[in-house]
Design a binder for this molecule. Structure first.
Ligand code: FAD
Ligand code: NAP
Length: 339
């Protein structure tokens, strides 16, 4: 384990928030993770695991032990002519993992191209985009229990995935360090999902009538690059809020004033509202206070123009929550993990 003290966390979070870590452990193997847990116990510290820091808002200096999970390696096992199990260590970059799958012509994660962060965090909120969530191809994961160092395996059922949710973000928050994740992918007869959002239009623009998984990935990459701020240029953590699921009565109430409200069916008697539409309609798109802002092209993304503090971003998010509640009667929930 490599241990550092009084380190700026600015390079460790895509918001670019400049708080300090009292103790930062970098672990590249499981033994180092076990050592980090021992150190934490001896020093009587809390624990915060970080991957790519792309779903994190740091609002204060961190006295707890920060553990950056840098485990590497990808292995695969064909289990039939149709199916392969692919296991990636937690510290593998998610998009590089997707690229590896595409190079081997393994299908199932192409719609999730270019999502920042690491494989280890992918089950945390059941990452999703363009009509696909990781739960659709998830097989299992290995995790270390921070309370006693034991190793446990979770399958899709015990991971309790939901919309941008899992047991690791809820009931078992802080209990496990995810070590590796196994995905079950197709080796042939790939089932493409191109019906969502702008994918089919993008494929048409590319002149592709019968797309491959690689084409779908390219289409997703092109759309994402045109819409989303690159954290290397403008600090952000992607969508700051979840899309709220509301009762249809509330949707109809909103629709009576705003006939153009964006909503999708979400199970019996419920609808999913586009949080970006609510925030934009409430007038926040492009808003800036100091260096904290609401992105000018995508109102769901809060941004750091340079030197915003985590507290300033958090306060802006609270003002958005309060205003959306007052205008639409909808309670927005933060998707980003606030520390
Ligand atoms: P981190 O931010 O480092 O950590 C996130 C949480 O997981 C923290 O609570 C952390 O403690 C915990 N954690 C991390 N690694 C582990 C581990 N190994 N074991 C236990 N706990 C761990 N998300 C989507 O779902 N869909 C998108 O389309 C999407 N697009 C994005 C676009 C942009 C531009 C950005 C900046 C973010 C986007 N995100 C999206 C959010 C983010 O990229 C994902 O949630 C990603 O999975 C976070 O990975 P990470 O390694 O950066 O996690
Ligand atoms: P978009 O395509 O402009 O759509 C706006 C919203 O409407 C999205 O939030 C999406 O919900 C929903 N939507 C669109 N088509 C839908 C359909 N056919 N059925 C159900 N819901 C539909 O969204 P975008 O902002 O450009 O993002 C594209 C995709 O990338 C989305 O899936 C989004 O979740 C994902 N993304 C996520 C993050 C993040 O940080 N979590 C950041 C950027 C992009 P869903 O969000 O439920 O899909």
């Amino acid at each position: 384990m490599m241990l550092q003290h009084n380190v700026s966390l600015r390079p460790f979070n895509t918001f670019g928030i400049a708080v300090n870590a009292a103790h930062l452990a970098l672990a590249t193997d499981e033994q180092s993770i076990a050592e980090a847990l021992e150190y934490r116990q001896k020093q009587n510290l809390g624990l915060l695991v970080v991957g790519g820091g792309s779903n994190l808002l740091l609002t204060r200096d961190v006295e707890d032990l920060i553990l950056q999970n840098g485990l590497k390696g990808i292995t695969s096992q064909n289990i039939s002519e149709d199916t392969v199990l692919v296991t990636a260590a937690a510290g593998e970059n998610w998009h590089q993992f997707v690229v590896h799958c595409l190079q081997n012509d393994w299908g199932g994660v192409e719609n999730l191209s270019l999502i920042p962060g690491n494989v280890g965090a992918s089950p945390m909120q059941n990452i999703g985009a363009y009509g696909i969530e990781i739960k659709d191809s998830f097989y299992s994961l290995r995790a270390m229990d921070v309370r006693d160092g034991s190793i446990r395996e979770f399958d899709a059922e015990t991971s309790r995935f939901g919309y941008r949710e899992s047991i690791f973000k809820r009931e078992a928050k802080g209990h496990y360090i995810i070590l590796s994740v196994t995905y079950q992918l197709s080796r042939r007869n790939h089932r493409l999902n191109t019906s969502y959002g702008a994918i089919s239009q993008e494929l048409e623009k590319m002149g592709i009538a019968t797309p491959t998984i690689q084409d779908v990935s390219q289409a997703v990459i092109a759309i994402r690059r045109s819409k989303l701020p690159d954290p290397a240029v403008l600090g952000n953590a992607g969508s700051f809020f979840k899309n709220p699921v509301v009762e249809n009565a509330l949707l109809e109430n909103i629709r009576s004033t705003y006939p153009q409200v964006v909503a999708y069916p979400a199970g019996e008697g419920h609808s999913k509202l586009a949080a970006g539409w609510l925030i934009e309609t409430a007038g926040w798109k492009g808003f800036r206070r100091g260096d904290a802002g609401v992105h000018a092209l995508q109102a769901l993304v809060l941004v750091n123009y340079g030197h915003a503090s985590g507290k300033e971003i958090w306060q802006l998010s609270q003002d958005v929550v309060d205003d959306v509640h007052q205008k639409f009667g909808v309670e927005l929930e933060r998707e980003v993990n606030v520390y």
